[in-house]
Design a protein around this ligand. Structure first.
Ligand code: NDP
Ligand code: MG
Length: 392
């Protein structure tokens, strides 16, 4: 039995993970489950899976959680401190599935205790790739990607030599506005951006898919996870979302990872690694599928995508600043303070301002420095949004 904790258990990745755990009652012993606002789901899963502790990140929801768990031998806890404390509990696997930079610290803590980190929280690698690797190296912990493209690359690289890899091609669905003209993007709403054509995911990553900020994060994530040079990474739109990634080798051969668009495959690969589990995803019938198509992303429609290469060129803590500014810009769009295309402008301006005013930290191995850069980027991005609104 593997001891497992799931941070972000009430979210889309968390619920898919729980689905797999339920199907294998003898495979896993649940230590901690964490959630945010969705207390009823958190309590229900903690009871069903006999978790040791259930934690909500929101202090104000402690009594609701206690009430929901009353009569069950499960500890209830609340607040950021309790979340981080729960991450110290010994486990074999920690699933990092909180959305945003808030997911960084719990994952780092689990990793520092030598756990295997099943990493859905791509923001961790973008903001703190070097620190994640250093922490794993010093504790003996392992980072296994759960992001579907990165799980695909990881699988394609098994028993390959890094020096044989020429390029990595990450596929993108194109998001909600794949077939929308550039001219029409000015006035699209958050509700429209939430309509993903293929994947069923949380609200924030779905909107990030429409803007391709998600792909931008994934390009940086790939660089950090696999030690790639920026010029080795390519993105292609593949509307069917069935090829998740491809790897090109120096002999000209290209391997592709293909599978249904169901996150349980990538999650299951991490849960059962280095073996494979019986995962109930759809088995593809190629004759029925007909065709796979590809197109180049239009950088005018997806200005966020190009920013990934700027971030990688700047290096250092640029990823932490980029991710934080992106989170604020996304909030601004969700709250209807800025338009869809303005998100990339805000992030670009925030990055420029941070560099100009020397506000980016200089030690990518220091958590303090990463958090300070994150904080500064959020403030600068918020100021830019406020200025945009004042000018409107
Ligand atoms: P969701 O929005 O569905 O779930 C997020 C989870 O994090 C919920 O459990 C939520 O609690 C919790 N949460 C939210 N804010 C905080 C906070 N400040 N502190 C602690 N917990 C918090 O997200 P997804 O499952 O879609 O995504 C999770 C991560 O996985 C993201 O990093 C995303 O980029 C990545 N990912 C997701 C994929 C997907 O298919 N969904 C695919 C690849 C990567 P509650 O809901 O109870 O408030
Ligand atoms: Mg992905």
């Amino acid at each position: 039995m593997k001891r497992i904790s799931i941070f972000g258990a009430t979210g889309s990745i968390g619920q898919n993970t729980i689905d797999l755990i339920r199907r294998d009652p003898n495979g896993f012993q649940v230590v901690a489950l964490s959630g945010g606002q969705n207390i009823q789901q958190l309590a229900k899963d903690a009871i069903d899976l006999r978790a040791q502790i259930a934690v909500t990140a929101d202090d104000a929801l402690l009594s609701e959680l206690q009430t929901a768990l009353s009569g069950h031998p499960i500890q209830a806890a609340a607040g950021r401190g309790a979340l981080l404390e729960a991450a110290h509990r010994p486990v074999d696997i920690c699933v990092s599935a909180i959305v945003g930079a808030a997911g960084l610290e719990p994952g780092l803590i689990a990793l520092s205790h030598g756990a295997t980190l099943a990493l859905a929280n791509k923001e961790s690698m973008v903001a703190a790739g070097a620190l994640m690797h250093k922490t794993a190296a010093s504790s003996g912990g392992v980072i296994l990607p759960v992001d579907s493209e990165h799980s695909a690359i990881f699988q394609l690289l098994q028993s390959e030599k890094a020096s044989d890899v020429e390029r990595v091609i990450i596929t993108a669905s194109g998001g909600a506005f794949r077939d929308t003209a550039f001219e029409d993007l000015q006035h699209v709403t958050p509700e429209q951006a939430c309509q993903h054509p293929t994947w069923d995911m949380g609200q924030r990553i779905t909107i990030d898919s429409a803007s391709m900020f998600n792909k931008s994060l994934e390009v940086i994530e790939a660089k950090e996870l696999f030690g790639l040079r920026p010029d080795q990474i390519e993105v292609v739109i593949h509307p069917q979302s069935l090829i998740h990634a491809m790897v090109g080798f120096r002999d000209g051969g290209i391997t592709a990872h293909i599978g249904a668009h169901d996150m349980r495959h990538a999650i299951g690969y991490a849960l059962y690694y280095p073996t494979r589990g019986d995962i109930p995803v759809e088995r593809l019938d190629f004759a029925k599928l007909g065709q796979f198509t590809f197109q180049a992303p239009d950088l005018r429609k997806y200005p966020a995508l190009g920013l990934a290469w700027d971030v990688m060129e700047i290096g250092g803590l640029a990823g932490a600043a980029f991710n934080a500014a992106k989170e604020i810009a996304l909030d601004g769009f969700i709250d209807r303070k800025i338009g869809f295309l303005q998100m990339a402008e805000v992030v670009k301006q925030a990055m420029d301002a941070l560099i100009k005013d020397n506000m980016m930290g200089d030690d990518p191995l220091s958590l303090e420095c990463i958090l300070a850069t994150d904080f500064a980027a959020r403030r600068v991005a918020q100021d830019i949004i406020d200025a945009v609104r004042a000018g409107n």
